[in-house]
Design a protein around this ligand. Structure first.
Ligand code: AMP
Length: 591
């Protein structure tokens, strides 16, 4: 068995394959790098650093620089504008994957090749592997999982074309259009492909939810790629359950679903009136508290599958509330550039998830990152040389660097990870944060992880009042001197969507807790008056949905949407400002 594995094999031998991959992690990584170099050494890009006859691992490591997207963008732009793709890799590329760009700040074009597409070695193939292996590992915990189906919500974005005519689509859209996905869909999922490929999110969401409710007895797992989308689905259900019930009661699809694909697909699912089911769903949704609503709507559901690590962890309390005790599983760690790892302990606490890297998806290197302050994130600096997968040290932070089969060489993905263990010989990592995404007024640097910890601490103050946080974001306000951190916070009552009554003293206490949780540098600047008091803006229910709409209107895929922890776009800040219902400050001076 080598790095290439047939999909059929995966279905049949998932665990055996996992053992093979993780036991031979080092050898498979070497093999992968060799193959990439053998094939692509003659490209314009690589031949700048060594000649074809020197294309070995040592020359690669010594001569090829570690780069960011900005460094290789000129090469990608040339290909997008019609120059030969042999600038970056030997095979002609067939299209680009378009990253969401909501967490890192910019949409990127990532190339894929005909070969990687056909062999399915890139996104399709490995996503399938992960999902399958993931099912198998779950199978150890739930014996009857194979009997039901998945209610996974997927969404598509229109393809864009580069000036040279190459298609650029988000990986979720690209994946949804492949035969592999279409073929496995009927087996695993209840949503018809037409509802997934519908480009109008509202119509797509309505039809997928209607399908989910009509086939509620078949559903054993509910999921989206990222937790932010599941949160959006809940909000949509809150707004549309009456209309969904009306469709179920009468057997007629709402008039505004005009998409021919959706109409046709739904005609096979919504086949006649079902007043009993409509009454039941109405009764569940009329309950003021939606605690445990998933279990009530889908009585056979065993778990929720949605990435809820990193910036997605802000949705964990909400999903746990709606799940009413159903396990929340963060299945995998993936990106447009490469697929990294899978969660082999699906039942672990969502805040403690580690991903086991798969050595045949890309060649991985790890740049040690110094997080000063004994694990407390004060400053994130990249240090030293990168290490191979086998030389990863437990407890160390790293930035992940990939070399792919489709033309990325020593490319910094921009994610910071913490090594937490090994599964056989494959390292396992916790996702920590996006690198270089920070709140900062001067020399202070507050990272995604710092902010998340600070919010977690502040939430504890609100819990006794039955108030929960549904989303947050922030920006560095330097419009006046000294500048300040501004925090946007969407809050609701635990049992309803009502806006909580906010006690100014309690909210001020939250501001203080947030500031207290920040690092030494922030606190000393704040005490010296170089940073003004933190401002907390509470926004009304639905404000973060508007933010998502804004980013998806700019081209981000809803399936891959990651709410930005730090806002840079003036328009995005304006959206949250217009939803602001209360402003609170920490005291002028910090003691
Ligand atoms: P994109 O390619 O636009 O879909 O974004 C990929 C990025 O999403 C990664 O580089 C990570 O920053 C983030 N991401 C993907 N999977 C996870 C995960 N399991 N936990 C936290 N963040 C993730």
């Amino acid at each position: 068995m080598d790095g290439d594995i047939e999909i059929k094999e995966i279905y049949e031998n998932g665990m055996k394959i996992l053992e093979h991959l993780t036991n031979n992690a080092h050898e498979l990584q070497e093999q992968m790098l060799e193959e990439i170099l053998k094939r692509n050494a003659g490209t314009e890009y690589l031949s700048r650093f060594f000649s074809s006859d020197q294309a070995d691992k040592q020359s690669f490591k010594t001569n090829v620089p570690i780069v960011t997207y900005e460094d290789i963008k000129p090469y990608i732009d040339r290909i997008a504008n019609g120059e030969t793709s042999s600038i970056l890799f030997a095979d002609p590329i067939t299209q680009f994957i378009r990253s969401a760009g909501t967490s890192g700040g910019q949409q990127k074009l990532i190339p894929i090749t005909t070969e990687s597409f056909e062999k399915g070695k890139y996104v399709v193939f490995w996503l399938t592997l992960w999902i399958t292996v993931f099912f198998l590992s779950l199978g150890r915990c739930f014996s009857d999982l194979h009997e039901g189906k998945s209610f996974y919500l997927y969404f598509s974005k229109p393809d864009m074309k580069t000036p040279s005519g190459l298609v650029a689509s988000p990986y979720s859209t690209f994946y949804s259009k492949t035969n592999t996905f279409k073929n496995s869909l009927a087996e695993f999922c209840i949503s018809p492909i037409e509802t997934i490929l519908c480009l109008d999110h509202k119509k797509s969401m309505f039809c997928q939810l209607l399908t989910g409710l009509l086939q509620r007895d078949e559903v054993v797992r509910l999921g989206t790629i990222f937790a932010s989308v599941l949160e959006r689905t809940i909000k949509f259900l809150e707004d549309y359950w009456r209309e969904l019930c009306c469709n179920i009661r009468t057997g007629y699809l709402s008039d505004w679903i005009i998409d021919p694909g959706c109409k046709n697909a739904m005609s096979f699912i919504l086949t006649g009136p079902n007043p009993e089911l409509a009454d039941l769903i109405q009764q569940i949704c009329e309950d003021k508290s939606w605690e445990g609503v998933f279990k009530k709507l889908w009585p056979k559901i065993k778990y929720i599958s949605s990435i809820c690590t990193g910036s997605m962890s802000q949705y964990i309390p909400l999903l746990e509330l709606y799940g009413g005790g159903i396990p929340l599983v963060s299945p995998s760690y993936v990106s447009s550039e490469a697929c990294f790892g899978i969660n082999l302990k699906p039942l672990s606490n969502p805040f403690d998830v580690s991903y086991t890297f798969l050595p045949n998806t890309a060649y991985f290197e790890f740049l040690p990152v110094n997080k000063d302050g004994g694990g407390k994130a004060q400053e994130t600096r990249t240090i030293d040389k990168p290490v191979d997968l086998e030389n990863v040290k437990l407890g160390q932070y790293y930035e992940v660097v990939v070399t792919t089969l489709a033309g990325l060489y020593r490319y910094r993905v921009g994610d910071v990870l913490k090594a937490t263990g090994f599964y056989n010989k494959s390292p396992q990592f916790q996702f920590v944060e996006r690198k270089n995404v920070v709140l900062s007024i001067g020399a202070d640097k507050t990272t995604e992880e710092d902010l998340s910890k600070a919010i977690t601490n502040a939430k504890l103050i609100l819990e006794p009042f039955g108030i929960m946080s549904t989303a947050y974001s922030s920006y560095s306000d330097t419009s006046s001197t000294p500048g300040r951190y501004v925090l946007f916070w969407e809050l609701k009552m635990k049992g309803s969507n009502d806006l909580p009554k906010l006690d100014a003293r309690v909210m001020e206490q939250c501001c203080c807790i947030v500031e207290e949780s920040f690092d030494f540098t922030y606190k000393s600047f704040r005490k010296d008056g170089a940073i003004s008091a933190l401002e907390l803006r509470v926004v009304k229910h639905g404000s973060f949905d508007e933010l998502m709409d804004f980013y998806t209107s700019k081209g981000a895929s809803i399936s891959q949407y990651k709410p930005p922890c730090f806002l840079k776009s003036e328009e995005a800040i304006k959206i949250l400002n217009s939803g602001t219902v209360g402003k609170f400050f920490s005291p002028k001076t910090m003691s």
